[in-house]
Design a protein around this ligand. Structure first.
Ligand code: NCD
Length: 305
């Protein structure tokens, strides 16, 4: 049977450990100034990156991961595809697959699109979810876990805070699932209007509506972007009010040993002040580099069977 990566829920503990371990090997090469080795693992394979939403780091890192493994890869901005002429999503993707594509990497604003493709495309086509609506973003959670493990050694009993717009965040959802599997204790912090109902019970996490002085206990903080494109109305008075209550400032940073992560793109002076983005505790660019290594590991794993 083929492998896909549709969400963290599908992965076992052993598969997660395996993917993180594989990515470490690739990461060492990315972290060195030596030329990257000539991997030919995916030679002869063709991968199509179909991004229905804007993306810089996820799309570029998939493209680089594919090229560094020797695959032929194409990227389509789906905003300019035949869909705008009325063709259905499945018809358009079937056209792309007819050109002998072996794997689809898909990002879409609607939750469930990767599963919809799985249900409708031929079984030999592998599918990777590069972010679907507010549902899941599994490679982001894997790269966040790899970045945290590099600094913290193990995540067992480690306190990780996820701060900001939780409700609209596929990054928060995938991270809650994955980081808990690795033994971390998760605290969500955000305005009540941006915290999903029953999230404490469903995901077995703590919830706070103020940051207060809680950060001194944290080992890491994952700040989330305010995802206004996914918000149908206003969930807080304005951005400066949000920054006052949930933005991370140098004062809070001086009070904690926590590392700072953000999936990007960062709204400077909203989620994170400049001094926080650029501080020694910020792992934001490490996350980006880890992202390429994780996507290489996922591709290798997908094509192993
Ligand atoms: C995230 C995404 O698109 O889900 N970004 C990313 O993949 N690096 C987070 C976001 O857009 O806020």
């Amino acid at each position: 049977m083929n492998r896909d990566l549709l969400g963290i829920r599908q992965l076992s503990q052993a598969q997660i450990t395996d993917l993180l371990h594989r990515s470490d090997g690739y990461f060492r090469h990315l972290d060195s100034t030596e030329p990257f080795p000539d991997y030919r693992l995916l030679h002869g394979r063709t991968i199509a990156n179909l991004f229905f939403e804007n993306s810089t780091r996820t799309r570029t890192s998939f493209e680089l991961a594919e090229k560094r493994l020797g695959a032929t890869s194409i990227s389509l901005s789906m905003q300019t595809s035949s869909l705008t002429k009325g063709e259905s999503l499945i018809d358009t993707i079937n056209v792309i697959c007819a050109m002998k594509v072996d794997c689809i990497v898909v990002r879409h604003s609607s939750s469930g699109v990767p599963q919809l493709l799985r249900n409708n495309l031929p079984p030999h086509i592998r599918i990777i979810n590069a972010g679907d609506g507010a549902h899941e973003h599994p490679t982001q959670a894997l790269l966040d876990a790899a970045t945290l493990l590099e600094q913290l050694g193990s995540l067992k009993g480690k306190r990780i805070f996820i701060v900001g717009d939780i409700s609209h965040s596929r990054v928060a959802r995938s991270n809650m699932l994955l980081l808990k599997m690795l033994g971390a204790e998760i605290t969500l912090v955000g305005p009540e209007t941006l915290l999903p109902k029953y999230v404490e019970e469903v995901f077995d996490v703590r919830v706070r509506t103020t940051i207060g002085d809680s950060l001194h206990k944290a080992d890491a903080v994952i700040a989330l972007r305010i995802q206004q494109e996914r918000q149908s109305r206003s969930y807080f008075p304005n951005l400066s009010d949000f920054r006052l209550r949930y933005g991370l400032t140098p004062i809070q940073l001086s009070d904690t040993k926590a590392f700072i992560l953000h999936p990007g793109p960062v709204n400077r002076s909203v989620e994170l002040d400049d001094e926080v983005v650029d501080s020694e505790k910020s792992l934001i660019l490490r996350q980006v580099r880890r992202g390429v290594a994780i996507r290489m590991a996922v591709l290798e794993w997908l094509f192993e069977v």
